[in-house]
Design a protein around this ligand. Structure first.
Ligand code: ZN
Length: 329
């Protein structure tokens, strides 16, 4: 059967940012399970690696850093893409020992707050790290896609030079219709309503025929307070189905405006399976971009992943492949 439409599975490979959690439970165990499920299908996905975490880990615990680097090697060896996911507040994180980090300084949570030269160096070191690991198997490997830590891609201008110098052509940080605020976040993607890729130059929300970059948005679904209430009931009834394997604690986010209907990211770990079944039945959207996090891996995520692998409407593509198909630069 020919699959005319594409679905991209993306995994943000990182610890938590309030209480970090352990490498074993947030990364090793869930990633190994994800790779095991994907292997028989030869389904290739995109892993956004929190590169600054790996670089900081090298400074404080070389054994743990080697463990994480070996896991990244396994991801690449299995045929998946690894791309940079920069959480710049690692520059201010303090190591307390025994795998514990102090994230109380979030001054540089958004990479745009860093001096231009520091920002460029972080991008270059991040891309060198991933290219270096991936080139052990494929000498021509070149990272091509970026996802901003906490989706903080706005404003894009301070990141543009780093994109060009690092050979980054695609971004997947924008989620149409989402507006979040928090102690560190300030995200407004409300002006974008479609999930179609956007060729852009200075603003990933604005199509520009002279664009040098491609925004491949994370898919969002229309969600209501009633959906939320039903979902909470179902979580209360079978908590083991929804409990994440990760043992850390995340930063909280708030929707900027409180409305009955709102957009929610299409994820593996907290999107009901019937939403996927309905998207595959309708087969209207192309591409679909799913976001997931090994640290939040739970039984629902596993069920959704199996549902995606079992359907016949969409073929799995990496963001790198999608980028090559949509881009005209
Ligand atoms: Zn992240």
């Amino acid at each position: 059967m020919t699959h005319s439409k594409a679905i991209a599975l993306t995994f943000d490979f990182e610890l938590f940012f309030k209480a970090a959690g352990s490498i074993e439970k947030c990364l090793v165990r869930p990633t190994s399970e994800i790779l095991e499920i994907l292997a028989p299908q030869r389904a290739n996905c995109t892993f956004f690696i929190d590169t600054l975490f790996v670089l900081r880990l090298r400074e404080v615990d070389s054994t743990a850093a080697t463990r994480v680097e070996n896991l990244i090697r396994e991801i690449v060896k299995a045929g998946h893409r690894v791309e940079p996911h920069i959480h710049s507040h690692w520059v201010d994180a303090l190591y307390r020992g025994s795998g514990d980090w102090d994230f109380s300084n979030l001054t540089h949570y958004r990479a745009q707050t860093l001096p231009p030269q520091t920002l460029l160096e972080l991008f270059q070191k991040s891309c060198e790290l991933l290219n270096g690991l991936a080139r052990e198997g494929d000498p021509n490997y070149q990272v091509s896609c970026f996802r901003a830590g906490g989706w903080c891609i706005q404003p894009f201008a301070p990141l543009k030079d780093a994109f060009i110098r690092c050979g980054l052509k695609n971004d997947s940080s924008v989620a149409p219709g989402i507006q979040y605020s928090g102690i560190a976040h300030d995200i407004d993607f409300s002006s974008l309503s479609s999930g179609a890729p956007v060729l852009f130059l200075d603003d990933p929300l604005k199509q520009d025929s002279n664009g040098k970059f491609l925004e491949i948005p994370i898919s969002t679904i229309r969600w209501s307070l009633a959906h939320g209430a039903m979902f909470r009931v179902s979580r209360r009834l079978s908590p083991q189905h929804y409990r994440g394997v990760g043992d850390g604690q995340g930063l909280s986010l708030k929707r900027k405006r409180s409305t009955f209907f709102f957009q929610k990211m299409l994820s593996l770990e907290d999107t009901p399976t019937w939403i996927y079944q309905s998207l595959f039945f309708q087969a209207k959207r192309d591409p679909l971009v799913v976001i997931s996090h090994p640290k939040s891996w739970n039984q629902l995520a596993k069920k959704n992943l199996e549902c995606i692998l079992a359907q016949n409407t969409y073929r799995l593509e990496t963001l790198h492949e999608l980028g090559k198909r949509y881009a005209i630069f």
